[in-house]
Design a protein around this ligand. Structure first.
Ligand SMILES: [Zn+2]
Length: 84
């Protein structure tokens, strides 16, 4: 059941994903987050894009706020699945 078109942590679990991979090719950021841990910490209705925003809050590109050179953080392994 779509909720405003925004995927949540519970959607990952329903797809059978156990880890959420995040990468930012511009900042060399890379992280793997166990879905079960995220749900325990944030709740299953937590929206993925909000997680990404939280995660990259310290990204210097995001802080600089340059529209021409934005942070490129994205989820890996969700290609073809719109999570935004
Ligand atoms: Zn970045």
């Amino acid at each position: 059941m779509p909720r405003n078109g925004s995927a949540t942590l519970s959607d990952l679990r329903e797809r059978g994903l156990t880890t959420l991979d995040v990468t930012c090719p511009k900042c060399d950021r890379r992280g793997e987050y166990p879905v079960a841990n995220l749900i325990a910490r944030l709740g299953e209705d937590f929206i993925l894009t909000a997680f990404l925003t939280d995660l990259t809050a310290d990204c210097h590109r995001r802080i600089a706020g340059k529209f021409a050179d934005q942070c490129g953080a994205q989820f890996l392994g969700l290609a073809g699945n719109h999570v935004t």
